[in-house]
Every structure is written in C-alpha cells, then in structure tokens.
Design a protein around this ligand. Structure first.
Ligand SMILES: *[C@@H]1O[C@H](CO)[C@@H](O)[C@H](O)[C@H]1NC(C)=O
Ligand SMILES: *[C@@H]1O[C@H](CO)[C@@H](O)[C@H](O)[C@H]1NC(C)=O
Ligand SMILES: *[C@@H]1O[C@H](CO)[C@@H](O)[C@H](O)[C@H]1NC(C)=O
Ligand SMILES: *[C@@H]1O[C@H](CO)[C@@H](O)[C@H](O)[C@H]1NC(C)=O
Ligand SMILES: *[C@@H]1O[C@H](CO)[C@@H](O)[C@H](O)[C@H]1NC(C)=O
Ligand SMILES: *[C@@H]1O[C@H](CO)[C@@H](O)[C@H](O)[C@H]1NC(C)=O
Ligand SMILES: *[C@@H]1O[C@H](CO)[C@@H](O)[C@H](O)[C@H]1NC(C)=O
Ligand SMILES: *[C@@H]1O[C@H](CO)[C@@H](O)[C@H](O)[C@H]1NC(C)=O
Ligand SMILES: *[C@@H]1O[C@H](CO)[C@@H](O)[C@H](O)[C@H]1NC(C)=O
Ligand SMILES: *[C@@H]1O[C@H](CO)[C@@H](O)[C@H](O)[C@H]1NC(C)=O
Ligand SMILES: *[C@@H]1O[C@H](CO)[C@@H](O)[C@H](O)[C@H]1NC(C)=O
Ligand SMILES: *[C@@H]1O[C@H](CO)[C@@H](O)[C@H](O)[C@H]1NC(C)=O
Length: 818
C-alpha cells in the first residue's frame, strides 16, 4: 500500500520538517518494579462532599429531600433491598419517592421481555463512530426508561482490555484509553439525554475474571481477590483516563470493581474513590458497589463508597448487608459521621432529580421484571410501584440502528482480488457452527451458571453473564444469506457441524463444488471466566484451513467476544476475512449487508491482531494451578509491569510485526489523506501545567477535573479523499509521539489522539479536524501530581491505522526552537 508522506503546513509555532518516527523512539527499559511499593494504597480521607457543581438545581432538590429524612430512611437510600429489579433502593412513600430500579446491562436491558439486544461495546469500538455510539445510547435508554428502570448498569470501560483473554472485554470498547474515552462518553451522553442514569463501570483495574472475587479454600481460609498493581502514571494515562471522560460527560454513577488495587478492594480504596474520583475528577454522583463487592461497612463508606448492592438481599439465603442496620448502628456509635451519610444520600438523589425521574409521568417498573430476577427472595420488604401494564414492548424501531451499527462494526481484514462484495454467485457453500440458528435457547444467562451461552450450534450475537440480553429473536447469517441469495437464484449449500468438515477433510456432501465458501466461526467470552485461548473456538482454525485447502475462494467471518489470532490469515485460498464482533439481534442482516456490498465496510480494529498468541505475553493473566491451591490470602498479585505499553503500544515500542495492526480496516473503495496542518496555539504562550494548577482559591474540581485539561490548545486538520469508485466511510486517525520525560516510565512511541468517521462519495474530499486538548498533550507527572506538557517536539502521524501513515510532521506545543 503506498504510504504518501507530506509535511505539516508551516504554522506560527514552528516550521516543521517531515519527521517520521518508526519503532523505538523511547528508552527500552522502564523504571524498576519494586513489588513492596504496590503492597499498600495511600490513605486519602475524609471523603469529599458533593457540592452539586454543574447540577446545582438538582443538588438543591436532593438536599431538600434528604433533609426531611430520618436516619433509617437515609440508610434505606444507600442500601440495596429485595425488589423487582437486579438492584433496588426502597421507597419513601411519605415523600412520594417510589424507590430506584437498577437494571443490567451494557448492551440491553437484560431482565426484560420484548426488549432489544444491541451490538456489544466491542462492536461500537470497531465502528469508530461517535454518532452511532451516541444513537445506541439513546435507543438503549428508551428501553430502560420504558421498562421503568432508573439506572442502567453500563457502559463499561473496565475491563479496558489489557489482556486479550479477559472474559468481559467485549462489554467495554477498546484497550486504547483514548478511543474508549470518546465512545464511553458518547454513550453516557446519549443515555442520559433520554432520562436514564448511566452507571460507568467497573472502577477500576478489573482486567481479569479469574479470582476477581475472594474465595474460600478447603481449609475454610479466605483467599483475597486478585490485586491489580498499577503505578500512578499508568492509572492516570490508561485505566482512569476513560473514567475522566465519563465524569466530564455527566455520568450519574460509577460502579466500583470486585478486584483489589495495590492490595485494597476496589470498593474501599480511598485513594481511588475519595482521591482520584471525587477529588481530582470532581465526581458529583454516587459510587455503587458491584454486586457483592462490599466487604465491610465502615471502611468502604469512609473510603468513598455510597451505595451497597445488592444490599439486604445477598447471594445467600441470609439477608444481610454491611450497610443497612449495621450502618445505622455505625452512625449511632460515632464510627460513621452523619455528614457522610447525608453526602451519600444527596449524591444518590441528585441524578434522580436532574433527569426528572421524580416526575409523575416517569414509568413504573414493568411487573414482568419480577419473574426474571434471580436475586428474588420469597418476599419483598417494600411495596413497589409497578407500571399498570406488563410485558411492555420497548423495542420501537431500534432494529434499524442495530443492523446499521452491527455492519459498521465489521472489520474487513483481507480482500484479495475484490473477492468481496459478492457478485451474484451461482453457488455458495456455507460452513461453520456460527452460521445457523440457536438450538439451546436464546439467553446466555439462565441461572447463575454464567457459561450458559457457549453452545456449539448457533450465531453468537453477544457474550455471557450480566452483560447479556434476552433475545426476542436473532437473525442468523444462514437465514439472511438464503433470503438475499434468492434474488440472484444462487444455490446455497451448508454444513453447520464443524466436525463433519474437519474430520472428513473435504467439502462433502456439497455438490457441485461451491464457487465461494463462507466460513462462519465464533468465540465465546463471558463474565466470570477468562478465555483460555485467543484462537477461534470449536476447532474453527482447523475448519477455516480445511475449507481453504479445498476451495480457492474462501471467505472467513468471525463473531467473537474479543480478539482472535488468525493463523490461517495468509492462506492463499482465503480471499477475504471479516471480523464481525458481536452484532446483537440483527447480526445476520449486518453481515449480509457487508458481504453483498449494500454497506461498504468501514470498521477498523480497536485492538491488535498479533502474529501469534505468545506475542501478547506482556499482559498475561495471573493464574496458575499453584495459585488456585494457595494458602496465602495475598497470593493473587497481578502486576501491571508493562505499564503504559498495552496493545499497539507494546508492539510499536518493540518494533514487532503484527498480523493486523490497531486501527486497521479495509473498504471496497480507497482513500487518501493529505494537506495536514497544525493550527496556531489557542493561547500564547502555552504553560506546561494547567493554569489552575497552582491556584488555592479555585475550590474543588468541577466534574472531569481541572477545566484547563479539556481546553483545546491546537487543532490538527487534514484532507481526506475517496480515490476509489464506490461511496464509503473513511476513518482518518491521528497519532502523536509525545516526548519522553526524564525519570518517568517509558512513553509509548505513538498514542491515538484523534479520529473521525467521514462518509465520502467517489472523488469527494473533506477536511477533518482533530482538536487536541491539554490532556491530550500531557503526561501524568507523578512527582508534581499534575498533568504536564513535556518539553520538546511532538511527532504527528495521520493516516488510516496505527501503522499506515499518509502524512507526518512535528510541532512544539510549548513553542521555542522549531
Ligand atoms: C499503587 O502503588 C503504586 C506504586 O507505589 C503507586 O504509584 C500508585 O499510586 C498506587 N495506587 C493506588 C491506587 O494505591
Ligand atoms: C450486619 O453485618 C453482618 C455481617 O458482618 C451481618 O451478618 C448482619 O446480618 C448485618 N446486619 C444487618 C441488619 O444487615
Ligand atoms: C460501631 O458499629 C459498627 C456497626 O455495628 C461496628 O462495626 C463497629 O465496630 C462499632 N464501633 C464501635 C466503636 O463500637
Ligand atoms: C462534609 O460535610 C459535613 C457536614 O454535612 C462536614 O461535617 C464535613 O466536614 C464535610 N466534609 C468535608 C471533607 O468537607
Ligand atoms: C404494602 O401494602 C399492603 C396493602 O396495601 C399494606 O398492608 C402493607 O402495610 C404495605 N407494606 C409496606 C411495607 O408498606
Ligand atoms: C479438529 O480438526 C482436526 C483436523 O485439523 C480433526 O482431526 C479433529 O477431529 C477435529 N476435532 C473435532 C472435535 O472435530
Ligand atoms: C457432528 O459431526 C460429527 C462428526 O461427523 C458427529 O460425530 C456428530 O455427531 C455430529 N453432531 C451432530 C449434532 O450431528
Ligand atoms: C486451493 O484450493 C484448490 C482447489 O481446491 C486446491 O487445489 C489447492 O491445493 C488449494 N491451495 C492450498 C494452498 O491449499
Ligand atoms: C481437501 O483438503 C484436504 C486437506 O485438508 C486435502 O487432503 C484434499 O486433497 C483436499 N481436497 C481437494 C478436492 O482439494
Ligand atoms: C487457570 O489455571 C488453571 C490451572 O492451571 C486452569 O485449569 C484454568 O483453566 C486456568 N484458567 C484460565 C482462565 O486460564
Ligand atoms: C492443587 O490441588 C489439586 C487437588 O486439590 C491437586 O490435584 C493439584 O495437584 C494441586 N496443585 C498444586 C500445584 O499443588
Ligand atoms: C506553580 O508554582 C511554582 C512554584 O511557585 C512555579 O514554579 C510554577 O511556575 C507555577 N506554575 C504555574 C502553572 O503557575
């Protein structure tokens, strides 16, 4: 592929020479890892009170409401109880408060009938489309509100996807924090515009499922949950980064995670809750525990936890909470100040008033939720206000967006000799257990057995666990292809049993031999378990190879709950590969739209596909049989030693070849990018630290942290042109090489700092702009505890993937020598 380079235009800042940076431009060794440094988390007390910044009116309403409550009622607001939803806050009928209904999850309202299953966060990330992310948030919100929920437990930016093996990566977006930050925020804004509270989760370091919770060994000894040991710079620049976007975007709540961080549980880590989230990021909403992630009463409350879930209805038969009656006692004996409980209650009630959930017109809970709730005890403590109707159909016309987004999230990885789009083939052969309909039920979370959806036969539309949805229907690829093929009179033959083909080693019983072979492969991933392999499941690698050995025009499609390595990618008979991710209920229609060219593919990889599984060793899971048998309560330590260098940052730092790089994706047309330029600075001169950093009188940070961090300092622009013959959407991407500060960890060679999705007709050009905020140009200075713009030159790389740059240059954000 030609890689044209052009120079940055001459700006007022500096005259810029072409400055291509490839491979290592940073030191090869990071700071030493001293294990004992990660043994404790610094105490940060007291817990900051919300001031309602940005939500002033609602905060006043919440304060007025809370001031009328007894201590018992305040405790009721902060403690989950049994009810119709997956999480419930009890009502206060004398004040007209009907309680709160919290519902899973990130791609659907799960405990609901007549609701849609949307494409997963992973698919949204692969679409690289802010508008679609936003629209999905809105449509999902309409369904939650229609069913009478107040809080949707999503979206997800933790796991971020440090390890490709992570069982829940698909619920979130991308291991790149910048890309995730953008899509996380768009989703939240879309959701809250339609009146549902977003709960951004899981904060933080929940990068593996294995030992995410404490366990009890055969001797009755508690073995603590895995501790994600993360240095301060990496926390800020990678894992907490998207949560800053979430807070800035107005997220109502944040869910703290099961795992420990530096030895301290996610829901009682004062540095992360009081310090980073509520003080530094100025979060004004409430922190809710993941279900069962509260391991004490007083300590988590003082550390910043505001709501305990599921609270007085636990996973066991005995109803108890560390909050509830225990909290009342703790206030009465002085171990929790009443001011802290008031703050918790105000934080919980502010979003409720802000989104108008107090209005009489707000729907009551659909009674059908009741029967779907597996946390349901024999009896509820409270009478719930239900909707007068049940089985409300909330799907609207959302299937249209689901189909569109499903197609937008399909990445065309290979397309030899224009194998795609299909051109009225005479004879199609379809292979693979992912092609047909489901045969064992449509729900991937039937009981607490989280592995339920891992069936041999049937389209994989989503992953498993609390992030799943209840399909009202699913369009399998086979059905959609049959319907489309009828238009061309195409013969459609199919073998859905992978073993029939892999064991026979031929394409029988198909006759005549297909002129195009479509192989549908799938890879399951679920909450509660990590993946054991990055290969496609169900002998899919062998199936792809066997078909290709016998068919010169083999097209492989994967539906997957995460990344796959594709050892068959370079097989000469494999003419096209499509990574279709998790498409939701319209998955079959979405793939047919792309296969037949009704939609020109525009997805790009939100992760790296390495040559081999071993290449991901930088972020291996913490797991071993020795750990599983340990008697040491602290044995599970997951050291994030790679620091900033996850995903493409690792491969670029070490100059490693990859199969398909981060950001890569083909189209049925071609694009060019040129005329790159950097604007003048927004103000001059640019100070290295945010201007507010030294001010003592500015008060607590507003949501998102120091406003200066969000100020655009420079704008990079470039011209993108469709140079091919078909309309299509390009995804121009901007990467920066930030300077390596002295005495700090390795700075990545390049980091993503901008993207756009632009629809272009053949021959059409558009100028795209990438605003660069102060935070985009800064590193987190551990010494100064500030975002700092490093002194030196910033390399600029614009193109269509993390390794396909069409225009490059450099500038000095702080000015000075050019
Ligand atoms: C974890 O420990 C590292 C090393 O001391 C430190 O940089 C970081 O701030 C700590 N983070 C938390 C949340 O305790
Ligand atoms: C208080 O917490 C303990 C567990 O530490 C639990 O056994 C008890 O039931 C709780 N009390 C209430 C009223 O929930
Ligand atoms: C106060 O009450 C809480 C909850 O019952 C209990 O955990 C704590 O130990 C008590 N503290 C004192 C000082 O009595
Ligand atoms: C929070 O407000 C309470 C009064 O409600 C006060 O006692 C407490 O000191 C405040 N905490 C902080 C950290 O300002
Ligand atoms: C629930 O409603 C019933 C019938 O109106 C009433 O007898 C009961 O006291 C109510 N329970 C609560 C906890 O309000
Ligand atoms: C997997 O494929 C191989 C051929 O590569 C075959 O020998 C084996 O039997 C297949 N396994 C199953 C379970 O079908
Ligand atoms: C799939 O094919 C294998 C190999 O021919 C066979 O043993 C197995 O019974 C088949 N499974 C089903 C469900 O037909
Ligand atoms: C490609 O397919 C043809 C037709 O079946 C076969 O003869 C050939 O061996 C295949 N090539 C490879 C490399 O497997
Ligand atoms: C099909 O592929 C197998 C290898 O998997 C090979 O042995 C066989 O000859 C091929 N058949 C044809 C018709 O190419
Ligand atoms: C963890 O290790 C055990 C024992 O080695 C193994 O059985 C299990 O499959 C592993 N889990 C994962 C997710 O790799
Ligand atoms: C772990 O325990 C199992 C059974 O309890 C045993 O079979 C296995 O050998 C043990 N593994 C190690 C590494 O001790
Ligand atoms: C902050 O204060 C220090 C020490 O007074 C000074 O050196 C630095 O320039 C100030 N930074 C800003 C951004 O005002």
């Amino acid at each position: 592929m030609p890689r044209h380079k052009s120079t940055l235009a001459k700006g007022a800042i500096a005259l810029l020479a072409t400055h291509a940076v490839h491979g290592q431009n940073t030191p090869t060794a990071g700071l030493p890892w001293v294990q004992s440094d990660y043994a404790t988390s610094p105490p940060v007390y007291p817990s900051p009170n919300a001031t309602g910044q940005g939500w002033e009116t609602a905060f006043e309403q919440a304060s007025g409401f809370v001031s009328q409550l007894t201590l018992e009622e305040k405790v009721r607001l902060v403690t989950g109880t049994a009810g119709p939803c997956v999480g419930n806050i009890g009502p206060v009928p004398r004040l007209g408060f009907n309680g709160l209904c919290l519902q899973d999850g990130p791609l659907a309202i799960r405990e609901a009938d007549y609701a849609s299953v949307f494409p997963a966060g992973l698919t949204v990330a692969a679409a690289w489309d802010r508008n679609l992310a936003h629209a999905r948030g809105q449509d999902m919100a309409d369904e939650f509100v229609g069913k009478g929920a107040h809080v949707a437990l999503g979206p997800v930016a933790g796991p971020l996807g440090r390890s490709g093996y992570g069982g829940r990566n698909w619920e979130g977006f991308s291991p790149d924090p910048w890309l995730t930050g953008e899509l996380f925020a768009e989703t939240i804004v879309g959701m809250e515009e339609r009146g549902i509270q977003a709960c951004a989760k899981h904060y933080i370091g929940n990068e593996q499922e294995t030992q995410r919770n404490p366990s009890v060994n055969d001797d009755g000894q508690t073995i603590e949950a895995v501790s994600s040991n993360i240095d301060d710079r990496t926390m800020h620049e990678v894992y907490a980064w998207p949560f800053a976007n979430a807070v800035k975007a107005g997220a109502s709540s944040i869910m703290c995670s099961y795992n420990r961080v530096n030895g301290s549980y996610g829901c009682q880590n004062s540095k992360l809750l009081n310090g980073v989230l509520k003080d530094e990021l100025g979060f004004q909403g409430y922190v809710v525990s993941d279900w069962g992630a509260t391991h004490a009463g007083v300590a988590p409350i003082l550390a910043g936890l505001d709501m305990d879930m599921p609270g007085g209805i636990a996973f066991t038969e005995t109803e108890h909470s560390y909050f509830g009656g225990n909290l009342t006692a703790a206030v009465n004996n002085g171990s929790v100040p009443i001011g802290r409980v008031d703050d918790m209650a105000r934080r919980i009630m502010t979003p409720y008033f802000r989104l108008g959930q107090n209005e009489a017109s707000y729907p009551g809970v659909d009674p059908s939720s009741d029967g779907l709730n597996f946390f349901k005890p024999a009896q509820f403590l409270y009478n719930w206000t239900y909707n007068s109707q049940r089985d409300i159909d909330v799907r609207g016309d959302h299937a249209n967006l689901i189909r569109e987004l499903g197609a937008a999230g399909i990445v065309l990885l290979k397309n030899v000799d224009n194998a795609l789009p299909l051109k009225a083939p005479k004879n199609i052969g379809i292979f693979g257990n992912d092609a047909g309909d489901l045969v064992n039920g449509q729900y991937s979370l039937s009981n607490l057995n989280l592995g339920d959806g891992n069936f041999d036969y049937g389209i994989l539309a989503m992953g498993g666990g609390s992030g799943a949805g209840r399909l009202t229907y699913v369009v399998p690829p086979l059905d959609a292809i049959k319907e489309r093929a009828r238009q061309d009179g195409t013969l459609v033959q199919y073998v859905l049993n992978n073993s029939v083909t892999t064991q026979s080693g031929n394409l029988q019983p198909m006759y005549p031999a297909p002129e195009v072979c479509l192989v549908f492969l799938k890879t399951w991933a679920t909450e509660g378990y990590d993946r054991e392999s990055l290969l496609v499941d169900w002998n899919g690698t062998a199936l792809a190879t066997t078909v290709a050995d016998n068919c010169t025009n083999t097209i492989v499609v994967t539906h997957s709950g995460g990344l796959n390595v594709l050892p068959f990618a370079d097989h000469p008979n494999i003419t096209a590969i499509l990574a279709a991710h998790l498409g939701g209920q319209e998955a079959g229609n979405s793939i047919v739209d792309v296969l037949y060219g009704a939609v020109n593919p525009s997805g790009h990889l939100p992760y790296t596909i390495a040559k081999s599984e071993a290449d991901y060793s930088f972020a291996a899971l913490t797991n071993s049989s020795a750990l599983l048998n340990t008697t040491d309560p602290n044995a599970w330590q997951s050291d994030f030693r790679e620091r900033l260098l996850i995903d493409y940052r690792h491969f670029d730092h070490h100059g490693l070849p990859v199969q398909y790089e981060f950001g890569f994706g083909l189209s049925y047309t071609t694009f060019e990018l040129s005329n790159i330029s950097v604007s003048d600075p927004a103000t001059s001169p640019i100070a290295p630290l945010p201007p507010s950093a030294n001010s003592t009188s500015s008060g607590p940070n507003p949501p998102g942290g120091a406003p200066a961090l969000w100020q655009t300092l420079y704008t990079v622009s470039a011209r993108v042109t469709n140079t091919g013959a078909r309309p299509g959407a390009a995804v121009p991407q901007l990467y920066l090489s930030l300077p390596q500060p002295a005495n700090e960890d390795v700075t990545p060679a390049r980091v993503l700092r901008g993207f756009e999705k632009v629809m272009l007709q053949p021959g059409e050009s558009k100028v795209v702009t990438f605003p660069l905020m102060r935070r985009d140009l800064s590193y987190w200075d551990v010494e100064r505890q500030q975002w700092v713009i490093g002194d030196g030159e910033v390399g600029v790389h614009a193109g269509f993937s993390s390794r396909d740059f069409r225009a490059e240059g450099a500038f000095r954000p702080l000015g000075g020598r050019g």
